[in-house]
Design a protein. Structure first.
Lengths: 373, 434
């Protein structure tokens, strides 16, 4: 194998693929990136056995072939090479090594045989549809903060993606995530081909890798899935991932429908007040108290060690006095997702879940459990 | 020899040995002991607590054999009055058996709410004497009275006698006091002279005293270890002094070092008002070693129920679940997991434990499994409603219902299907205290 490639193009592709490679690996070849040079292009692959990212970049291939080298090392080297330079990889080196030349720099990297690189099996993917990049970003951004990290409930360690009927009627593609304390639900009109998809749980790491890949994407993203795998394809990059094998809870039953106390707040001011008052709340619970009265909201926190804090906000509220506690971090996590100026809280009592909506975005919905204060 | 009258609280030195009757009031309740005025660690135990409370509230029960527990066919005795004990009735005995032994016994259903109120009243009186009160359960506690002589105008023994008297007069139940120079001996002492007793074990008599006590009196010695000790020829605590600590550790595991220390009457644990309780756990040694994950998980269920019951009784909840394994080669492995919220539900403890077991049950043969909770929070922080578990509230209600049934009719009155058919030969016990 031998090819010459533009440093910028290689760096960009490596940035994409190396990120799935785990820092510590018990299987050595999983630390490596597979490079396969073929007809004017090089294909880079990396995997952690659950996720595989493959990216094709054009290169001047003088000798076809394939090898694997340590992904993070190669990435670090390419990062440090001069911008705009050409890099020549492979060719004329001993067994077990790959040579790299750029300008006056020469490096040799230890290789492992490409045949040993695990390939993610090419399953049959019976479902496929395309999504606008912006829509996929919204599905991820509005929900991923609520993904659980609790190992026991592995089925909550991802985003539940499925076709559903919206509350107003009409088919939607929905993303839902919860960690038990808060739940986030985001939906978009169902894309053609996604009406009959099975409900799948996309693991947190896949969600995060995918989000990085589509950060600047403008084109549509092709999505293919089976019961056990999902694949996303976009300009020359393909991300394949296993799905979480579990059943996502019947979340509809925890979304309150009869909450009858409505509070409207300006997100910016609310978030700032929560942030300020929470400075005093204890590290462990981060609890703050919301005391509601006619058009007034008093946020307060006390801690035996740190002191106390209160802030009053003018709000739109006229449904009777109520005191309710929340984890301040969770409140901020949610208000940060609100795209418009105002958030609307639908409350019931101090022990029941609260519903939060974005007044300017009907597609997103959040549920938050109160806590004792 | 110094003496103290437990009726009139008169004290005095006496030149001519033991004082039998109080020279002041003539009472026979006189304690006479060489070290009476220098010992300050006490263990106070309420006498037949639940039964005594019932007799206090219904004087017609006084002097009669009273059993507190579920009346149903599967009910269990939670407390037996001393009159009932004469017939051989003991707590934890099935009610039907007790009825055979003592058909005339009066059976009273337990009223846990009332007992916990009374227990708190007793505890408050203890706190009036010293802040160093370490509760062990609702009806017993350790007290450290060192340094209180000036405050109370008398030696700890004197203060304790007055405390026992106050409990009798103000709460209406009786207690027994054990006084010694450490917790281990104070606890044993309080067991010597029940009810309404006061026993003293001094430093100089410690070794001789331990020479007469059976090893089963040692904290952490359950039936299995007792059998093993007997088989090895150790019957009295003192006999353990024949062997080195190293030998005992090698032969019996980590508990060996405690066996050695206790055999010399040494115990350096302090009376800790916060309670040295950092975890609640339960473990079980199998009759035959077990390899199968399913079987191990099944064994975990009754243990999880025990842990949950004790957490609920102590009004605690834990965020960390730890599973302990002992392999056929006596290697101990522990695996732990932190939950997002503290729990006191058997169901949650068990499910988390089961998940940990699945990862460890890969062919190894285990002789013991245990489960526990730690990182405590108050009970009212436990098991908040959970958006990730729409059935969570139902699980909680089911468990509360089971608890209520058990409180009325005994632990065996209701069981989950997975708890059926336990192996009869297994030994279930609390793990040795640290």
């Amino acid at each position: 194998m031998k090819f010459t490639i533009d440093r910028g193009a290689l760096l960009k592709a490596l940035t994409h693929v190396q990120s799935v490679v785990e820092r510590r690996n018990t299987i050595p070849i999983l630390s490596n990136v597979l490079m396969r040079a073929d007809d004017g292009a090089v294909e880079l692959s990396a995997t952690d056995m659950d996720i595989a990212v493959v990216e094709k970049v054009s290169a001047d291939v003088s000798q076809q072939g394939a090898t694997t080298v340590p992904a993070h090392t190669l990435f670090d080297i390419v990062r440090k090479l001069e911008d705009g330079s050409q890099i020549e990889l492979g060719g004329g080196s001993e067994e077990g090594q790959m040579a790299m030349r750029s300008g006056r720099s020469t490096l040799k990297l230890a290789t492992l045989a490409s045949e040993d690189f695990p390939a993610m099996t090419d399953d049959d993917m019976p479902h496929s549809f395309t999504l606008e990049a912006a829509a996929l970003r919204a599905l991820i951004d509005r929900t991923r903060f609520a993904i659980s990290t609790e190992e026991t409930r592995y089925y909550l360690n991802g985003i539940y993606l499925h076709a559903a009927e919206s509350d107003e009627g009409g088919a939607v593609l929905r993303a839902v995530a919860t960690d038990g304390h808060r739940l986030a639900r985001m939906e978009i009109p169902v894309p053609a081909g996604a009406e009959g998809i099975p409900g799948v749980i996309v693991p947190r790491k896949t969600v995060n890798e995918l989000r990085k890949l589509i950060d600047e994407a403008e084109d549509d993203i092709a999505v293919m899935m089976s019961d056990t795998k999902i694949r996303f394809a976009m300009d020359g990059i393909v991300l394949s991932s296993k799905l979480i094998d579990g059943t996502f809870p019947d979340y509809d039953r925890v979304i309150p429908e009869a909450n009858d106390k409505f509070l409207e707040v300006s997100c910016n001011r609310f978030e700032r007040a929560v942030d300020l008052v929470s400075t005093i709340s204890t590290e462990k619970s981060r609890a703050i108290k919301l005391s509601l009265g006619a058009n007034s909201l008093v946020l307060s926190a006390t801690s035996p060690d740190a002191g106390s804090a209160t802030e009053e906000l003018e709000v739109e509220y006229d449904d009777g006095d109520l005191e309710i506690g929340f984890n301040s971090k969770y409140l901020i996590d949610i208000t940060q997702q609100i795209q418009g100026d105002k958030a609307r809280f639908a409350l019931s009592d101090a022990a029941s879940p609260t519903l939060v909506k974005d007044l300017e975005d009907e597609n997103a919905l959040y549920v938050l459990m109160p806590m004792r204060v | 020899m110094p003496w103290l009258c437990r009726d009139c609280f008169e004290t005095g030195p006496s030149e001519d040995g033991v004082t039998d009757l109080c020279p002041d009031c003539g009472s026979a309740r006189v304690i006479s002991h060489k070290e009476l005025n220098t010992l300050s660690i006490a263990h106070i135990d309420c006498d037949a607590f639940y039964a005594t409370v019932e007799m206090r509230d219904d004087p017609s029960l006084k002097g009669k054999p009273v059993l507190v527990g579920g009346k149903g066919g599967r009910g269990v005795i939670m407390a037996a009055s001393y009159e009932a004990r004469k017939f051989g009735c003991r707590s934890a005995m099935p009610m039907f058996k007790a009825r055979k032994l003592c058909p005339q016994a009066i059976i009273v259903r337990p009223n846990m709410a009332k007992y916990s109120v009374v227990g708190r009243e007793v505890r408050k009186l203890m706190h009036d004497t010293t802040p160093l009160v370490e509760p062990i359960s609702i009806d017993e506690a350790f007290l450290d009275l060192s340094g209180t002589e000036k405050l109370h105008g008398g030696a700890p023994a004197h203060t304790l006698a007055r405390l026992a008297d106050r409990v009798e007069n103000e709460v209406g139940i009786t207690v027994t006091v054990g006084l010694s120079h450490n917790k281990f001996l104070a606890k044993i002492a309080s067991d010597l002279d029940k009810p309404r007793g006061f026993s003293v074990v001094g430093r100089s008599e410690t070794l001789g005293f331990l020479d007469t006590l059976p090893v089963s009196k040692l904290w952490g010695v359950g039936k299995a270890l007792q059998r093993k000790l007997h088989a090895d020829g150790f019957h009295e605590i003192g006999s353990l002094r024949a062997c080195s600590e190293e030998f005992l550790v090698e032969r019996y595991g980590s508990i060996g070092s405690r066996l050695s220390r206790f055999s010399y009457g040494n115990d350096n644990r302090r009376v800790d008002p916060k309670g040295n309780r950092k975890s609640i756990s339960s473990e079980s040694t199998f009759f035959n070693d077990i390899r199968s994950a399913d079987e191990l998980i099944k064994r975990l269920w009754p243990l999880s129920e025990k842990v949950a019951a004790r957490a609920k009784a102590a009004e605690l909840s834990g965020r960390v679940i730890t599973v302990k394994f002992k392999t056929d080669r006596f290697l101990i492995r522990t695996r732990r997991r932190t939950l997002t919220d503290p729990t006191q539900l058997a169901e949650v403890i068990w499910r988390t434990g089961a998940d940990l077991v699945k990862k460890e049950a890969r062919g190894t043969a285990y002789r013991l499994i245990g489960i526990g909770i730690s990182d405590f929070s108050p009970a009212d922080h436990a098991d908040p409603p959970d958006l990730g578990n729409p059935d969570g509230e139902r699980i909680k209600v089911v468990e509360q219902t089971i608890d209520n049934v058990r409180a009325r009719f005994g632990t065996d009155a209701i069981k989950k299907g997975r708890g059926l058919k336990p192996e009869k030969n297994d030994r279930t016990s609390r793990p040795p205290a640290r």
